[in-house]
Write a protein that binds this ligand. Structure first.
Ligand code: F6P
Length: 364
């Protein structure tokens, strides 16, 4: 891009997470410092399709830095490339991306910054391929976005889960129970792994390592007889048994990502109760992990990624995504994150070290 950027549009898409407002604030601060006007789009790509824009400035973004959620709103079911329409009682889908491009032109938007996970970045990349100047910022509590080591929201979610685990230790101990704690994460085990290690779980079940419950039950009973009369088992919502499949909570037909996972925690607790002959309880942390104020790391990460996104816009580096790697922020092709995930590698030293201190992963 050779001409000077005068106006940026900003949206947050997908499931919300702590740190989105910190990113919004950082984008506005950096844009203003570069004499660029910013407009926010309410409710992700839904708002863009509905031609909605709200002015963002230093005044109306003051005080949002530490606030959870997103002041812009978000949607994880809407894509302008596949809009549901019902005609004569029959449902079909229409590509209305042309309208979005018209709205951006009419509003004189020079560039679009999209804060989102793999689904949102995939839509963003679709618009980049159609000539829109797009830069992505990675966020999701799941930390499963390809191309970046960490995403905005992940560490806050881990902190919330660790705090919950600390509380569950005491009640599990009093009642000599096995407490099964289900956490979000879709098909990746990042939240379960980090929360389980930080919260001193006896076992962590992640999608990347299919579990064998008789083996886990035997391990927990050995522990019980040896020295510890209660146990904490963290289960990722996408965890599955050897040779089995994930537990689906619901299917949302209109959503680009139709499957919502959930329910594995209660299944595991029921089966462990039978296999161990001990009292088991399950709890699903669910949306608690998406809520609350961002921790220090997420605020700083969001700020750095926000600054880098505006810099990319100023330098005309479009169809890119800001990414965090080895304590630096860099730009990767947007395609790297678009619809692509990053999973836990079961062979990394991190996981081996956990095994070395006795953490069970439901497999051996
Ligand atoms: O992507 C974040 C996430 O929280 C997943 O961990 C979870 O499976 C999903 O969103 C839940 O989505 P929804 O808000 O549609 O229930």
């Amino acid at each position: 891009m050779t001409q000077k950027v005068k106006k940026i549009a900003l949206l947050t898409g997908g499931g919300d997470c702590p740190g989105l407002n910190s990113a919004i604030r950082a984008v506005v601060q950096t844009a203003v410092a570069n004499h660029i006007q910013v407009v926010g789009i309410p409710d992700g790509f839904k708002g863009l399709l509905e031609n909605k824009f709200v002015a963002l400035d230093l005044d109306n973004t003051t005080g949002i830095f530490s606030k959870g959620g997103t002041i812009l709103g978000s949607s994880n079911i809407d894509t302008p490339f596949r809009v549901p329409v019902v005609k004569g009682g029959k449902k079909s889908y229409e590509d209305r991306s042309d309208e979005v491009i018209e709205h951006l032109k009419a509003e004189r938007i020079d560039a679009l910054i999209v804060v989102g996970g793999d689904g949102t970045q995939s839509i963003a990349h679709g618009f980049a391929q159609r000539g829109v100047n797009v830069v992505g910022i990675p966020k999701t509590i799941d930390n499963d976005l390809n191309g970046t080591e960490f995403t905005i929201g992940f560490f806050t979610a881990v902190g919330t889960a660790v705090e919950a685990l600390d509380k569950l230790h005491t009640t599990a101990e009093s009642h000599h129970r096995i407490m099964v704690v289900e956490v979000m994460g879709r098909n990746a085990g990042w939240i379960a792994l980090f929360a389980g290690l930080g919260g001193d779980a006896d076992a962590i079940l992640i999608p990347e390592i299919p579990f064998d419950l008789p083996k886990l039950a035997a391990h927990l009973n050995d522990l019980y007889h040896a020295r510890k009369r209660y146990s904490i088992v963290v289960v990722a919502e996408g965890a599955k048994p050897v040779g089995g499949d994930v537990t689906v909570a619901r299917i949302i037909e209109d959503s680009p990502e139709k499957v919502r996972l959930g329910g594995i925690g209660h299944r595991v607790a029921e089966q462990l109760e039978k296999l161990t002959g001990r009292d088991c309880r399950a709890i699903v942390l669910g949306y608690l992990l998406r809520g609350g104020t961002p921790d220090g790391f997420d605020r700083i990460l969001a700020s750095r990624l926000g600054v880098a996104a505006v810099k990319a816009v100023v330098e005309g580096k479009f169809d890119t995504m800001t990414a965090y790697k080895n304590d630096s922020v860099e730009l990767v092709p947007l395609e790297t994150g678009a619809g692509k995930n990053r999973f836990v590698n079961p062979d990394v030293p991190f996981l081996k070290e956990a095994r070395a201190r006795g953490t069970h992963f439901g497999d051996l």
